[in-house]
Write a protein of this length. Structure first.
Length: 337
């Protein structure tokens, strides 16, 4: 069958026009996608990339969520920008984030961070319990004892008590528990050594570890920042004079699970390694997690001649230089009831 040449040319022209219009539409649609916000939301949303996810996986998911019209758009953009190695993690997608912004997050691992807080005065076991209970931390050492954990950290010679700095730590979802503990232990070492290198003269302490022990006792004796140096001064003076520290938190720590909320006279006479009413000097190990302020106080005590202090009942303490003054303070603040 004969087809006129002019008709063929007309069909080809129409086809070229249609292809041009379609191409222009695709390019405009693609351009609009790369410059406009990806998500239609007034608030940021969380998006998680799992192990094994790829650009294709994410492209299909974005289509399913209605964020892009076709997976090819994301694949083309990723290829043009050479964005291929996406990182596992939880991400925060802002309402004004473009496709490029989001993909850059995935590639640079700009993940949404979780946090965990270790409290001053906690024991190491309390800290480990908090780690075990955190749903965003990957558990790998929950079956280990605290001493075995120190072995994992490369410090088998160290007693685990007090070997971690109480603070708030940010981490990506899925971070290993041992990695968080390693950071807290390293932070403790840095704070301890920094303060030890700038310590006051004539401290009755022989090593940074002794400073950590004293700091842990100070941490348990008061939560008031302004009192820590004064309490450190009392303990420092007692150590210099060869007096017993006679501090209740050490007795409580030595009692372990036998402590039921009250210290009896017989508990003060119980011969445990941690009973500072029985033994002179520092306890064998720290008794709690000591914060930076307590460590600073232990290495920079405020010695004003005080040898005693007693709780006033409002969270603060009354400090005395003589036993007579101290006994009067005990009658006033402890026995008034």
């Amino acid at each position: 069958m004969f087809i006129r040449k002019d008709l063929v040319n007309e069909i080809i022209g129409i086809a070229i026009i249609l292809v041009s219009f379609f191409t222009a539409f695709i390019l405009m649609d693609y351009h609009r996608l790369t410059v406009n916000p990806l998500i239609q939301s007034e608030e940021s949303i969380s998006y998680e990339i799992h192990p094994g996810d790829s650009i294709s996986t994410i492209a299909n998911d974005f289509v399913a969520r209605g964020w892009i019209p076709h997976p090819l758009y994301l694949k083309v953009y990723a290829r043009l920008k050479e964005l291929h190695e996406i990182k596992v993690g939880m991400y925060q997608i802002a309402p004004d984030a473009t496709l490029g912004d989001v993909l850059n997050k995935f590639v640079t691992a700009d993940v949404e961070l979780e946090t965990i807080t270790f409290i001053e005065g906690w024991t190491t076991q309390q800290m480990l319990n908090a780690v075990k209970q955190h749903s965003s931390i990957k558990q790998t050492i929950a079956h280990l004892t605290s001493q075995q954990i120190m072995e994992k950290l490369g410090k088998p010679e160290l007693h685990p008590e007090g070997q971690f700095l109480p603070d708030t730590y940010a981490f990506a979802r899925g971070t290993l528990d041992i990695n968080i503990l390693s950071r807290a232990h390293q932070a403790l070492n840095e704070a301890l050594l920094e303060n030890w290198s700038k310590r006051s003269e004539k401290l009755p302490l022989q090593s940074p570890y002794e400073a950590l022990i004293l700091a842990s006792i100070i941490e348990k004796e008061t939560g008031k920042a302004q009192e820590r140096p004064l309490i450190a001064g009392v303990f420092t003076k007692r150590l210099k004079k060869g007096m017993k520290l006679q501090t209740d938190p050490t007795v409580i720590y030595g009692m372990g699970d036998n402590y039921k909320g009250n210290i009896r006279k017989k508990d003060l006479r119980e011969d445990t390694p941690y009973n500072t009413y029985v033994h002179k000097g520092l306890t064998p190990t720290p008794i709690s997690l000591a914060g930076k302020a307590a460590i600073h106080a232990a290495t920079h005590p405020d010695e004003q001649g005080y040898l005693y202090f007693v709780a006033k009942g409002d969270g603060s303490h009354y400090f005395s230089k003589t036993l007579k003054e101290h006994n009067a303070a005990v009658r006033k603040y402890q026995l008034k009831k």
